[in-house]
Design a binder for this molecule. Structure first.
Ligand SMILES: NC(=O)c1ccc[n+]([C@@H]2O[C@H](COP(=O)([O-])OP(=O)(O)OC[C@H]3O[C@@H](n4cnc5c(N)ncnc54)[C@H](O)[C@@H]3O)[C@@H](O)[C@H]2O)c1
Length: 387
């Protein structure tokens, strides 16, 4: 039985709780911790748990409560501190996205994992979503050919007051806008689909709708890979309709999430045949259709994977190395957006943008945050529009 603690009992902690409660024979929540302990108490009551409540993660780790696994569900700026303290106390860790707010913190967390011989997983629950999982399988089949262009639409919509919450909308506590906090999902998927990182990144950042936030609310980035192929990423919280998706323009076909296939084939003059490549389209449709559905999707799917890794001594699907690779692409987008210059990957340790201090020093403040709300009355959130 894996004994679990959740640190940070806000919105997303409920998805963790529901995932954990799906496996009552495999894990048990033994502690909840929040700097607002009444939120942890309310969660304990809501789920009828028999567990301890703490208002400080250090006190929780020192309390003598036996904990195997800590889920870090706090704002990004404390992910590193809480994860490292938990691993130093001998606990395995699941960290919510983004893994951390800079590459130096990611390194600190990876070092703590290795030093303490524990396991760290990073949340990227959309890999456990049928549309993304099946797209990955189909891309890996090679039927569509090599990826020439990946088009990533991380399109979300958030109202003005979204950035009134105390930790949001600041470089210091949220670590960035939708490029970090929303597109983190799509950038993880992109890295997973591509199986590699780009070599160069150019980006533009702006804030068009949220004058209560320091951070961007919209960014466009162009990525180039070693073989010359490209990716484009839109990261936004100003998109009405939240039409999210990833399209892979491959050498022989176009495949995407939401699922759709198109495949051209040439006439004698180089123009596409009107009917396209019907044979390849049928092959791809059949391949996709025959992939069995995942048993568990989203957070529950990832929690099942983490529990299995701990039970079997294996590795989780989404490791700290993956979390860091996502932070690296995001950091490159920010550094390019701040400077107007192209950024080369890998980002070197000597680069000022490697550390949080360096990012804070270079970050563009679009607006200053003047309103700060401790907690919203409304607790319901949505987790994206994946079909
Ligand atoms: N995977 C997803 O789809 C998804 C969706 C939303 C949020 N998130 C991530 O989850 C994290 C939390 O976001 P949220 O929307 O739940 O925010 P939230 O504000 O609703 O919840 C965060 C909780 O952490 C508590 N907290 C803050 N600092 C703490 C500390 N030092 N120790 C203990 N508790 C502390 C807060 O009081 C709050 O209750 C963020 O990293 C966010 O990016 C992930």
């Amino acid at each position: 039985m894996i004994r679990v603690a959740i640190v940070g009992t806000g919105n997303i902690a409920h998805m963790h709780m529901e995932g954990l409660l799906t496996f009552p024979e495999r894990c048990k929540v033994v502690a909840l911790c929040d700097i607002y302990p009444e939120k942890a108490e309310a969660m304990k009551k809501k789920y009828g748990l028999d567990c301890e409540v703490f208002n400080d993660h250090r006190a929780m780790l020192a309390s003598g409560v036996n904990i195997d696994l800590v889920h870090v569900c706090t704002p990004p700026y404390v992910h590193c501190e809480i994860a490292v303290n938990s691993m130093n106390a001998g606990c395995n860790v699941v960290v919510e996205k983004p893994m951390a707010t800079c590459l130096a913190e990611c390194d600190e967390m990876l070092e703590a994992e290795e030093r303490n011989h524990v396991t760290m997983a990073c949340i990227a629950q959309n890999r456990f979503r049928n549309s993304i999982y099946k797209l990955k399988k189909t891309a890996d089949s090679g039927l569509a050919g090599k990826i020439c262009l990946a088009q990533v639409e991380s399109a979300w919509w958030r109202g003005h007051c979204y950035y009134d919450l105390w930790w949001r909308g600041t470089w210091e506590k949220e670590g960035g806008g939708p490029t970090l906090n929303h597109a983190v999902h799509h950038i993880d998927m992109l890295n997973w689909l591509e199986g590699r990182l780009p070599k160069e990144v150019m980006a533009l950042l702006t804030n068009v709708m949220h004058d209560n936030a320091e951070v961007e609310d919209l960014s466009l980035a162009c990525l180039r890979y070693e073989d010359g192929s490209l990716a484009q990423i839109t990261s936004s919280v100003v998109h009405h309709g939240e039409e999210q998706g990833i399209t892979l323009q491959c050498a022989d076909a176009r495949i995407s999430a939401p699922w759709e296939v198109k495949a051209e084939v040439s006439q004698g003059n180089g123009f596409p045949k009107p009917e396209g490549n019907a044979e390849l389209i049928e092959k791809l449709e059949t391949y996709y259709r025959e992939i069995p559905d995942l048993v568990y999707e989203g957070h529950t799917g990832e929690i099942d994977d983490v529990l299995t890794a701990l039970e079997t001594g294996g590795r989780p699907l989404i490791t700290g190395v993956d979390g860091k690779r996502t932070v690296e692409v995001i950091t490159a987008i920010y550094l390019s957006g701040f400077s107007g210059q192209k950024v080369m990957l890998p980002i070197q340790k000597e680069d000022p943008g490697y550390t949080f201090e360096g990012i804070l020093k270079n970050a563009v403040h679009f607006y200053e945050k003047t309103t700060s709300v401790e907690n919203f009355e409304e607790e319901k959130i949505t987790l994206g529009n994946y079909q």
